[in-house]
Design a protein around this ligand. Structure first.
Ligand SMILES: Cc1cc2nc3c(=O)[nH]c(=O)nc-3n(C[C@H](O)[C@H](O)[C@H](O)COP(=O)(O)OP(=O)(O)OC[C@H]3O[C@@H](n4cnc5c(N)ncnc54)[C@H](O)[C@@H]3O)c2cc1C
Length: 758
């Protein structure tokens, strides 16, 4: 009987639907297919399910460094930061000093991801990320120089795919810094669409070390390659062809990755780009018909043609660590420095941080720094438990760099002219210059938001979508129909459950949405569960309505991606607050970030519905999602004031928020000087108040320190403190200036020349 109904269902319902799906479903390209299967799926699938299992989130490891990792952070990383002067690096030397290069090499900075068995440091993703974050708070050039060999490139590819021979040759040399790697994929015509690279190799016999050898004749024209100008080994991506069938039947073998020593005849490196005034080594590389043996393919001959899949697999890990760490380091620096500056700098006789306009910006800086660290630690936790998070890493890359941009812009605004005027004592402008680099690399941001986050995330995370697509593409009609029928009816049940869940939770304001704990976070868990159900419903219906068309409808895909991203950011926030032991002092940060993320989720859903591809479905969804209208507001002014206050005086919360920022020494480092001024100004507050009061009583504008001491208004100790605070404040508000010759060298034009035109 059951079989009868099942067969009726298949033939009457599933078969015609399958027929239509087969007709409208655009075929997936090989590279899309590989991207879809690369990496792992984790917490994002819970968010897609509409009823997240909180245990999964809480089971992700807490961020804890081992003793060895902590010692590396406090030892060699701190020392390296002390060797760096970003002004000198980027504007004078246009390179790191030799001492810093040697230090990086001798202390294993390039081997953080290489196992100890090969001589590397074998650090966790968290430790690796903490090192990059600290370096980024001191010098973008140094952070990039350390980051690249530990990110997507030769070491990671060798670890995952290298032959034993390749691993034992290269990995110890890379760990010791005897080899300097780079990875060359991008070219003039193949940027975001990297898989379209025209660089090619042809399988042939050639001469290698005097022997007739089976190899490839490779030609390439790559640009923007970080460390390329000085690399000793080039990780090279090219399209391999075998027209003479020397390897087998296939002529078009596909994208292939090889390790090419740069001393190989024909390899051109050395010229440099100068990206956004940053002095890290970056440049083009070319080669014309360079013969390389087949064994240089990463993983050997059997990996020929698997390059794209290998890259996609690795991308998730590198993308989880590199730019989220750099962005967090920069945001923490902004939080620490801007709060201090806003306390030291006075206008209208008040610290500028006390004005509501500045306070609002400070709150955003504090909130972003808190949230970015939450994002960084949750994402590296996933990597440390063995995930290769493809969607979460795209979210982390996009949102960390965008929030970093927002934070640096805010910090620049609060500093005013102090951050605008360049020079050795400007500790912000360089991070500002570097913003577009982070936005562009590892998947340019517009593309990441519009195509990757939801486009790939939906298919990967949805419990049935990929199964339906695979069933529709199954060449075996019968097997395809059975699989499609199962997936389609599962999908319908899933959709109906989320419809009911979203309707009920939105109607009841999320009051009965399950939460794993009571207390200050309970409502955020409930609202996150409620919003997850709303998102799952909208995502599902939109995918059904648009099908393959969704790929071209980037605006809606981007907004759905934003919604998923804000759900993830809110999850990271809750995890961080729990992992930190729910400190009372951090509650304003929890509220500011939580309220903002809920507001952004609501805004994104509202925008999706306002532009929905089907008016009736859009109307129905609005009724389900917003039965009482839009209820979430932006973070309240009161919460904002409390967050800003955390930056304006020393506290454990400020230290937690900015942990890992390099402060340095008073003699050499502007941040250390700012920190000293900040503490001294606060310590001298009481004395200054007494001085002001005494002057007011006497009808004077001000009272000299000597007079105040002689009249007993303040003690000698207080007078010294007030004097020191004034001196340090003066140091901080001072900006660099230069002689015309210092700025322009030989090119200086005299005023007379300018006026006379000759
Ligand atoms: C400083 C620096 C270092 C780099 N290091 C390396 C390296 O070491 N190795 C390496 O191989 N590469 C490297 N790159 C290359 C980097 O990954 C590329 O710059 C990036 O992939 C974008 O390519 P593009 O600059 O050619 O921009 P384009 O691809 O021309 O893109 C321009 C704009 O169009 C948008 N866009 C493109 N397609 C779409 C789409 N379908 N939908 C929506 N928007 C779209 C992009 O988001 C971007 O905003 C580096 C680049 C820079 C600037």
């Amino acid at each position: 009987m059951v079989n009868f109904f099942l067969s009726l269902r298949r033939n009457l319902i599933s078969r015609p639907v399958l027929k239509r799906v087969r007709r409208v479903l655009p075929p997936l390209s090989e590279t899309e297919e590989q991207a879809l299967h690369a990496g792992t799926v984790g917490w994002e699938a819970e968010l897609f399910s509409g009823k997240p299992n909180w245990q999964y989130l809480h089971d992700l490891p807490k961020p804890r460094l081992t003793e060895e990792e902590q010692a590396f952070l406090e030892g060699p990383t701190e020392t390296l930061c002390g060797l760096l002067n970003d002004w000198e690096i980027n504007h004078e030397r246009k390179d790191l000093p030799l001492e810093a290069w040697q230090f990086i090499k001798n202390n294993g900075f390039w081997g953080m991801i290489i196992p100890k068995a090969y001589g590397g440091l074998e650090f966790s993703a968290l430790a690796h990320s903490s090192v990059i974050g600290k370096l980024a708070s001191r010098s973008v050039t140094a952070a990039v120089t350390v980051m690249v060999p530990n990110s997507l490139g030769p070491s990671e590819l060798l670890l995952l795919y290298g032959t034993e021979e390749q691993k034992s040759h290269y990995l110890p040399r890379l760990a010791r810094g005897e080899e300097l790697p780079c990875f060359a994929m991008t070219g003039p015509t193949a940027g975001s669409d990297a898989a379209s690279m025209p660089d090619s190799g042809v399988v042939c016999y050639g001469d290698y070390q005097g022997k007739r050898t089976l190899g490839m004749r490779v030609s390439w024209n790559k640009r923007y390659i970080t460390l390329g100008p000085i690399a000793t080994v080039l990780g090279l991506a090219f399209h391999l062809y075998d027209p003479d069938h020397l390897l087998g039947e296939q002529e078009d073998i596909g994208i292939t990755l090889a390790l090419v020593p740069t001393e190989t005849p024909g390899v051109q490196i050395g010229r440099r780009h100068y990206p956004s005034y940053q002095a890290f080594q970056n440049g083009p590389t070319t080669g014309q018909e360079v013969f390389i043996p087949l064994e240089w393919i990463i993983g050997g001959q059997e990996r020929a043609g698997q390059g794209w899949q290998m890259l996609m697999e690795c991308l998730g890990v590198g993308r989880s660590v590199s730019l989220p760490s750099m962005s967090t380091g920069a945001a923490k620096l902004c939080a620490r420095a801007t709060g201090a500056y806003a306390r030291v700098r006075k206008q209208f006789r008040l610290p500028i941080g006390k004005f509501e306009g500045v306070e609002e910006v400070l709150a955003r800086i504090a909130g972003n720094a808190y949230l970015l660290d939450a994002l960084r630690t949750a994402t590296t936790a996933a990597v440390d438990q063995g995930d290769k998070p493809s969607t979460l890493s795209a979210i982390a890359k996009y949102h960390s760099t965008m929030r970093m941009r927002e934070t640096i812009n805010d910090a620049m605004d609060v500093h005013g002219g102090k951050a605008v005027c360049e020079g050795p004592s400007n500790y912000l402008a360089n991070s500002y210059h570097a913003i577009p680099v982070s936005i562009t690399v590892e998947g340019a941001n517009i593309l990441t938001r519009s195509m990757i986050i939801f486009g790939q995330g939906a298919i990967r995370c949805h419990p049935y979508l990929l199964k339906e697509m695979q069933a529709a593409q199954n060449p075996d009609e019968k097997e395809g129909l059975v699989a499609f029928d199962q997936a389609m009816f599962g999908h319908m049940g899933f959709l109906l459950c989320n419809f009911g869940r979203a309707w009920w939770h939105n109607l009841s304001g999320g009051r009965w949405s399950p939460a794993p704990e009571a207390g200050v976070t309970v409502d955020y868990y409930r609202q996150l569960g409620r919003m997850s159900a709303s998102f799952a419903l909208v995502a599902d219906l939109t995918s059904l309505i648009l099908g393959g068309e969704l790929k071209r409808r980037e605006k809606i895909s981007a907004r759905l991606g934003d919604c998923l991203s804000h759900l993830y950011l809110l999850s990271c926030l809750l995890k961080r607050f729990k992992d930190d032991g729910q400190p009372r002092e951090d509650i304003p940060l929890l509220h500011w970030c939580g309220q903002r993320e809920l507001y952004l989720i609501q805004q994104t859903l509202d925008e999706i519905l306002a532009n929905y591809p089907s008016r009736p479905v859009g109307g129905l969804l609005r009724w389900v999602l917003f039965p009482w209208g839009r209820r979430f507001g932006k973070p309240s002014d009161d919460v904002g004031r409390q967050c800003a206050a955390l930056l304006l005086s020393p506290s454990s919360s400020r230290d937690r928020l900015t942990a890992g920022v390099f402060l340095g020494s008073r003699e050499k480092d502007p941040i250390a000087r700012l920190e000293e001024a900040f503490k001294t100004v606060i310590a001298a507050d009481e004395a200054n108040k007494k001085l002001r009061r005494a002057a007011k009583e006497r009808g004077l504008k001000s009272l000299s320190l000597e007079e105040a001491v002689s009249r007993g208004v303040i003690s000698e100790v207080e007078a010294k403190l007030a004097e020191k605070a004034e001196k340090l404040t003066w140091e901080i508000i001072t900006v660099d200036d230069f002689t015309p010759e210092e700025l322009s060298g030989e090119q200086v034009l005299r005023r007379e020349q300018i006026l006379s035109g000759g």
